[in-house]
Design a protein around this ligand. Structure first.
Ligand code: ARG
Ligand code: ASP
Length: 719
């Protein structure tokens, strides 16, 4: 791909045209973005953000727990991320006796900071374009499988060579759908301790009602600390580990923001698909999302109903509910946004232009002439298969017990193998025993049974009969469409609905006992449904997906050739990126304009002691009444809680630092506005905003609300 030509043409462009959209590669900022960033107000240089020869801001940024971002804010490894990113860890330390989720958690000293086995944070050491080495040996006439094999071999070799003799990790990642390959060297820390978290009615204020929406008043932060061994290297948890001394930690700005201020977001966006064809957008927004939304509706209604009645159940299902609700609401917003944007039509118009461009020269015609027609064929074949797979993942294995039972397929396969070694089996059994404990700690059978009954009912009723797994059709017939009785009976018969039954199964497990699992009704549902879908198409789906990968690579290359003056950013793929924009308000609908910031007044306006999501703690009310905001008040005298800006972000950017023109921390990114949730498929600079927790509200809570001065004293503030 012609990155070079791309680079040269960019520099000649009028910048304002392209402001806002884009999630850019840190190592290319200097060439691609620095002039524009400076024009927009940035005062530092690209090399202050990312540099491999000196300390730069990137040395304070981590990928947190695999799915979020965090940033180091003290020279003792203190880390900030979102409350919803630390949520699982906070929940695991919570019980009825110590309900940190509800009441918050504040350690008073380093000794009280709580370890979180399994939680890691990863720093990027460097990234490097290795495209030439990776595609060495790849030939045009190769099949996709042959191509992939060579690329995999080259990637492994290069990655291994790059970290020889170090404790780093290396991975080669494809960009622009495999038109470019970049080597990522990283360093992962494994002793990460929980330092503090606000109560949920601050950290999750507004709950799922306000989620994905602006105006917002959520104090969405939690605090962790990185620990290392005596030499400052990553180590497993040990009492003797010491706080990690980072290469860099972010200074914090207490100045707040004004409309039009330059900001940038530095973090780990997960996935965007900005360059896919119209059919793909349609499949997601109009076909798959509605089905997933409906099935999630069922699950959420039932969980909510039970969670309201029992405080223990509320804790057990808090994280699961939040996860399902988050995706559910995102899909609703995304489908609405695509509709409002006329997204599918826009893509079709773009495809017309593309076709004209292809037809303009014989050479293009020969190279790209078949591209769009083949896309159309593949998506036509794929759409019903993809829909069936949505019914499987969101419906059939949407019950916890069925999905849990499904996890025993590995044991069955191993036991069916006559040559399996007894040690192998007993090792696997041990891991199932451990897994069963964490599964049943948060399992409440009445919820799951009701969910199962309702999901299976919907699947049987709604799913195209051509794809409906026979096992479900037979059950429906046997129970005469009485799904509640079906659930009662199958849950009683199954091993996988209680800890006692699973323990009984696993204790003294013999190789031939896999037959008991095969006969289990819930295991059977998962197993038979998968097998049926496989014969009817999910195998085919995989093949189509591989064809799409290769087509998409060519389509990407062609799109870049068609628009030599356009600057293309690679779709997000959970690698470190920079997005930049300006603090800005927006107009969500006719007659309404949303201001760019919110304040504590809004929390008081939303207060409702009867609604869980809008309870305000006495202490916070008191601070509000006495206006005890300390140095965290805005110059207008109020306490600002959140602000929005036009930075292009996506899932995974949660917890990312939002930085000012000088590289100081302004706040924590945690969400997007409802009107802009289609940005993963199509970005609209007019409507898309990222939502940031104002760092001053975060510090106010730590300092004035929690009295955790020891943490404030570690941080470096700039006035
Ligand atoms: N929507 C945000 C993101 O995608 C925040 C989710 C957590 N909050 C919640 N109420 N579930 O992660
Ligand atoms: N809330 C999202 C996250 O967890 C951010 C987003 O999708 O805008 O990463």
């Amino acid at each position: 791909m012609k990155i070079k030509t791309l680079l040269i043409s960019l520099i000649l462009l009028p910048f304002s045209l392209f402001a806002k959209e884009g999630i850019w590669l840190p190592y290319l900022l200097q060439q691609l973005n620095e002039p524009e960033m400076k024009e927009m107000g940035m005062r530092i240089s690209a090399s202050d953000i990312y540099d491999i020869n000196k300390t730069s801001i990137k040395d304070a940024i981590v990928q947190f727990g695999g799915g979020c971002t965090g940033e180091v804010v003290s020279d003792q490894g203190l880390l900030l991320t979102n409350h919803h990113c630390g949520y699982g860890s906070i929940q695991r330390h919570s019980s009825l006796a110590h309900d940190y989720l509800t009441n918050g958690f504040w350690s008073n000293s380093m000794e009280e900071e709580l370890p979180n086995p399994g939680l890691t944070v990863t720093f990027l050491v460097r990234m490097e374009d290795v495209t030439k080495q990776i595609i060495a040996g790849v030939k045009k006439e190769m099949t996709e499988a042959e191509r992939n094999k060579i690329i995999l071999q080259n990637s492994d070799r290069i990655a291994q060579a790059a970290i020889k003799g170090t404790h780093y990790e290396a991975r080669v990642r494809p960009f622009y759908y495999g038109n470019q390959y970049i080597l990522m060297i990283s360093e992962t820390f494994r002793d990460i301790r929980l330092v503090g978290a606000p109560p949920s009615n601050i950290g999750k204020f507004g709950g799922d009602t306000d989620n994905w929406m602006w105006p917002r008043h959520t104090g969405d932060f939690s605090i962790f600390r990185i620990y290392a061994d005596k030499n400052g290297n990553p180590a497993d948890y040990a009492k003797t580990n010491i706080p990690y001394k980072p290469k860099y930690s972010l200074p914090i700005s207490l100045k707040g923001v004004n409309k039009g201020d330059f900001t940038f977001v530095f973090g780990y966006p997960g996935r965007t698909q900005e360059y896919i064809p119209s059919q793909a957008v349609q499949l997601q927004a109009e076909i798959r999302n509605p089905v997933s939304i409906k099935l999630r509706d069922t699950r959420l209604n039932i969980m909510n109903e039970f969670q309201k009645q029992d405080p223990l159940v509320r804790i057990q299902y808090a994280a699961k509910n939040a996860g399902i609700a988050n995706g559910w609401k995102k899909m609703i917003g995304e489908s609405k946004g695509i509709k409002r944007l006329n997204g599918v039509t826009k893509k079709q118009e773009y495809e017309k232009q593309f076709t004209d461009w292809v037809n303009a020269t014989p050479q293009n015609k020969e190279q790209y002439g078949k591209l769009l027609p083949v896309f159309a064929d593949i998506y036509a074949e794929m759409t019903p298969l993809s829909l069936a797979s949505a019914y499987f993942t969101e419906g059939i294995v949407g019950s916890e017990a069925v999905s849990y039972a499904d996890g025993y397929a590995k044991l069955v396969t191993l036991c069916q193998n006559k040559e399996a070694k007894p040690e192998e089996i007993s090792k696997l059994i041990e891991s199932y025993k451990r897994g069963s404990q964490s599964f049943f700690k948060d399992y409440y059978q009445p919820i799951d049974k009701k969910i199962f009954a309702n999901l299976i009912k919907t699947v049987v009723k709604d799913m195209d009969s051509k794809y409906l797994p026979p096992v479900l059709a037979e059950l429906a017939k046997k129970y005469k469409d009485d799904y509640q009785s079906m659930a009662d009976k199958l849950f009683e018969q199954s091993f996988f609905t209680s800890q006692e039954k699973v323990t009984a199964l696993l204790n003294d497990f013999k190789q031939k006992d896999y037959r008991k699992i095969i006969k289990d009704p819930l295991f059977n549902i998962a197993f038979e449904s998968r097998a049926s879908l496989e014969t009817k198409g999910s195998e085919r789906l995989k093949i189509l997906q591989i064809q799409l990968d290769s087509l998409q690579r060519i389509y990407m290359k062609a799109q870049i050739e068609m628009q030599p003056d356009k600057r293309f950013y690679p779709d997000a793929n959970s690698t470190l990126r920079v997005a930049y924009g300006k603090v800005d308000d927006y107009k969500p609908a006719d007659g309404i304009r949303y201001q760019y910031f919110t304040t504590l007044d809004g929390i008081m306006e939303k207060e409702n002691p009867d609604v869980y999501d809008y309870v305000v703690e006495k202490k916070l009310k008191h601070l509000y009444k006495t206006k005890d905001f300390g140095p965290y008040a805005d110059k207008d005298g109020s306490l600002h809680v959140g602000f929005i800006a036009s930075n292009h972000t996506t899932g995974g950017n949660s917890g990312s630092p939002v930085l000012d023109a000088d590289g100081n921390l302004l706040g924590l990114n945690f969400d997007r506005n409802w009107e802009g949730t289609m940005s993963d498929l199509m970005y609209d600079p007019d409507q898309c905003r990222n939502i940031t927790l104002d760092i001053r509200y975060c510090l106010f809570i730590i300092d004035k609300f929690a009295g955790a001065k020891r943490l404030i004293n570690e941080m470096k503030m700039v006035q």
